[in-house]
Write a protein that binds this ligand. Structure first.
Ligand SMILES: Nc1ncnc2c1ncn2[C@@H]1O[C@H](COP(=O)(O)OP(=O)(O)OP(=O)(O)O)[C@@H](O)[C@H]1O
Ligand SMILES: [Mg+2]
Length: 307
């Protein structure tokens, strides 16, 4: 069976004389969270607006659940829910009334379905309160409830974590994961923040200056930096101070961090370091590879944003 939920073919947008995006060809599969990652002005919102029918396609085409946005617009749109920039909410109305009003656009959405989505996004307690009393995270979740009300195959969120605090980002991530695994929803989420995408997505498409630079799974992206043999790791021991001295004595870069000692060296040195520490009576409780900057490195390399 064909599990392609979103397909864009050679998508292009020209505004005036300027080509904003071109050659955007993507395929998103059922149940995956796909990250659309790129710096400010890369063309993420422009592409998304074409996908959800808010902006005219200059060239190419888009298929949502097999329906052409150009020739079967209504059918295509019936299969997508979206939040572009901020959710459209009436702040003097309750969350529930917002959903009820939105539901009027879809005759198939029942009161039971409304209650169901309220539960999914975990807003049962606050749903009767006015939206103006909601936190940003709650508004985003209400926006998601609105977007999935008509049970679309595809949900598109443009920068959903913008302005959210770490707890809000965590909740958002959990919610998206739950939706995808439990309902088979496919999600396209844009962001310019690498670390968030890394945690949230199955695959990432990197866009820069209006073009897709690469499409990779998160693992593939991280592995791209593993071609050099450098290792950065944090070793947790029962005596970090002594461990640091032992490692430094080998002329290897080593600093104390909260979790243990952070070592930066070539991979071939790692077994000897471990052996030395053990031989000198240091107990090793764990080693964490520090990959926090690698995705950023890849991104910089691919987009030529680096120095
Ligand atoms: N209506 C328009 N007219 C002219 N230029 C536009 C228009 N809309 C967008 N642009 C330009 O197209 C480029 C891409 O914009 P877009 O909003 O798609 O980027 P983005 O990747 O969403 O960026 P951000 O991370 O800042 O949201 C920008 O240089 C922007 O100035
Ligand atoms: Mg944008």
């Amino acid at each position: 069976m064909n599990d392609v939920v979103l397909k864009t073919e050679g998508l292009k947008k020209v505004i005036g004389k300027r080509t904003i995006v071109s050659d955007i060809s993507l395929e998103l599969h059922k149940g995956e969270i796909f990250g659309f990652l790129g710096p400010n002005g890369a063309g993420k919102s422009t592409t998304i607006k074409m996908i959800v029918g808010l902006s005219k396609i200059t060239e190419g085409n888009i298929y949502i659940s097999g329906h052409s946005v150009k020739t079967e617009f209504k059918k295509a749109m019936r299969n997508v829910g979206c939040i572009v920039e901020n959710p459209d909410l009436y702040k003097y109305m309750s969350g529930l009334d917002n959903l009820r009003m939105f539901a009027k656009m879809y005759p198939s959405v029942t009161e039971q379905r409304i209650n169901e989505v309220v539960k999914i996004v975990d807003l049962e307690k606050a749903i009767k309160n006015k939206v103006k009393t909601y936190s940003l995270g709650m508004k985003q979740r209400l926006g998601i409830a609105q977007a999935i009300l008509h049970s679309p195959d595809l949900m598109i969120l443009d920068e959903p974590t913008n302005g959210l605090d770490p707890a809000g980002i965590h909740d958002m991530r959990e919610l998206l994961r739950k939706l995808c695994s439990e309902t088979g929803l496919t999600v396209l989420v844009s962001s310019h923040i690498l670390s968030e995408m890394q945690l949230m997505c199955d695959r990432v498409g990197i866009i820069n200056k209006g073009k897709i630079v690469t499409v990779k799974t998160i693992d593939e992206l991280i592995n791209m930096t593993n071609d050099d043999d450098k290792a950065v790791m944090v070793i947790k021991t029962d005596n970090n101070k002594k461990a640091e001295e032992i490692i430094k004595a080998k002329a290897i870069k080593c600093i104390s961090v909260a979790e243990g000692v952070q070592v930066e060296t070539s991979k071939e040195n790692v077994p000897a370091i471990v052996a030395d520490l053990t031989a000198q009576g240091i107990a090793i409780f764990g080693m964490d590879n520090k990959d926090t900057h690698t995705l950023e490195d890849v991104f910089m390399k691919l987009t030529g944003e680096g120095k």
